[in-house]
Design a protein around this ligand. Structure first.
Ligand code: DSN
Length: 457
């Protein structure tokens, strides 16, 4: 169908406009908050490594009447009628996920990477079984065996850590694997700025006859762009969310490569069939079809030419950001970065992570407090901040802009008077001046995929 045919046939544009008008009229209170959030994002520099700026073409899919359809089951095998187009959308998302990652199998229904990880764990483990994952403090994720999550409560979780140079301790991981013989090894991180050697993980998994799960939530876009090695054929299972570096709707994916038709534990089916059954009906009923449409859109976008440039920019900005911090004398974890993440030890500069986060947010710079290796502060305080460049890349920032950003961050941090681990004073004039500078940067480097805010014109 041509664009012109689509435009004459389609009522979608009128639907979207009418929907916004209806919201403005019928619920001004909620509408005002949504507008405030839109403006907050436009006027602040979001450098939270686990966030991004989804393409508007992906965002709008979440607002579509696909939401109205209840569609338990899978394409061609639903438990409800009315799923003809829903099936088309889900099949499209599956094909796009497979092609983006070179995967042999994709399940696109998980509501998040957390639930995708839980599906994998409950597919190959029994309660009480051992799993081996990267410690939370070392840059792992809650769902990789932390006692704060179901993964560390239901299963017997063992954590591996980092070397003295703060990189993954592959030898230590292997030693723990040989000692404890876990049934599942998880590789994947949330605050780790270096490349991951999937082959080394698989070699250890094979040595002890364990399954390997690669959670690539943070680096999925770089994997699609070929800027980070792919785990697809090394891990038995690869999971990711779709809203960080895939710039799509909120949700998860479960992908499999060469092991997709391996026999499942117990020998009754294949590993990929087992995953299908664990997603539905074991863990969830009807999926969010609008989110699946949005995933399909994000998955197409990251395979296009525009994203190739974005991905390059993510990495070049991140490297420039790390260098700019080090040039100012800050200790950057691992001394740099290979991906979009930069973790800075702000306690070495006398400030807790939480105070740095709050003071920076006061000035329009959004980062998050993060524990650093061997952190002496609790999770609500932390010694570090984590920054990421997924959003900055959409603003088409240049590496030279990172020096200006770090100058402003440094101005805030050095002026901050820390009164306790969780409280500080910041000169109101400095706050106002940095806020003005950040707003000027945001106007100079607007979100390239959005219309410019009307307040700027
Ligand atoms: N995994 C958490 C993070 O990295 O911030 C949230 O998705």
């Amino acid at each position: 169908m041509t664009m012109q045919e689509l435009e004459t046939r389609s009522d979608l544009s009128r639907f979207v406009q009418a929907a916004v008008e209806r919201l403005q009229q019928s619920d001004p209170e909620l509408c005002r908050i949504l507008q405030d959030e839109y403006e907050r994002q436009a006027n602040s520099l979001t450098m939270v490594a686990s966030s991004s700026i989804a393409d508007p073409s992906a965002l709008i899919c979440e607002a579509m009447p696909t939401m109205n359809v209840t569609a338990e089951g899978y394409p061609g095998a639903r438990f409800h009628a009315g799923c003809k187009h829903i099936d088309e959308i889900e099949n499209l998302a599956i094909e796009r996920a497979k092609s983006a990652f070179g995967a042999r199998f994709a399940n696109v229904q998980s509501m998040s990477a957390t639930s995708a990880n839980e599906v994998v764990m409950f597919s190959v483990l029994q309660p009480g079984d051992k799993l081996l994952g990267l410690d939370l403090d070392a840059g792992g994720h809650l769902t990789h065996g932390s006692k704060a999550s179901i993964s560390g409560r239901v299963f017997d979780a063992i954590g591996y850590g980092l070397t003295k140079t703060e990189e993954i301790d592959y030898d230590g991981m292997r030693a723990l694997a040989l000692e404890h013989r876990p049934k599942l090894i998880i590789c994947g991180t949330t605050a780790y700025p270096r490349r991951i050697d999937w082959e080394r993980f698989r070699a250890v998994a094979d040595e002890i006859d364990a399954y390997l799960l690669a959670d690539i939530t943070h680096i999925a876009g770089l994997v699609v762009a070929g800027l980070h090695p792919s785990p697809i054929d090394h891990a038995h299972f690869t999971t990711t969310c779709t809203h960080k570096q895939l710039y799509g709707g909120r949700g998860g994916l479960i992908l499999m490569g060469r092991d997709f038709d391996q026999t499942s534990p117990g020998g009754t089916t294949t590993l990929s069939n087992l995953i299908q059954k664990r997603v539905f009906p074991y863990f969830q009923g009807a999926p969010n079809q609008s989110a699946i449409a949005s995933k399909a859109r994000g998955l197409a976008w990251v395979q296009g030419a525009e994203f190739k440039e974005v991905a390059q920019r993510i990495v070049s900005l991140s490297k420039a950001l790390a260098q700019a911090f080090m040039d100012k004398g800050y200790r950057v974890i691992t001394g740099g970065t290979d991906n979009h993440i930069v973790v800075v030890d702000v306690l070495a500069a006398g400030i807790t992570g939480v105070n740095a986060e709050k003071a920076l947010e006061d000035c329009g710079i959004v980062v998050n407090k993060n524990r650093i290796p061997y952190d002496v502060k609790p999770p609500a305080v932390t010694s570090g901040i984590r920054l990421g460049t997924n959003g900055l890349a959409i603003r088409k920032m240049q590496p030279s802009d990172m020096i200006e950003c770090v100058d402003l961050i440094h101005e805030v941090l050095r002026s901050l008077q820390q009164t306790t681990d969780t409280s500080y004073r910041l000169d109101p004039e400095l706050r106002a001046s940095v806020t003005r500078s950040i707003r000027a940067i945001c106007e100079r480097r607007p979100i390239s995929t959005y219309p410019a805010p009307s307040s700027w014109s």
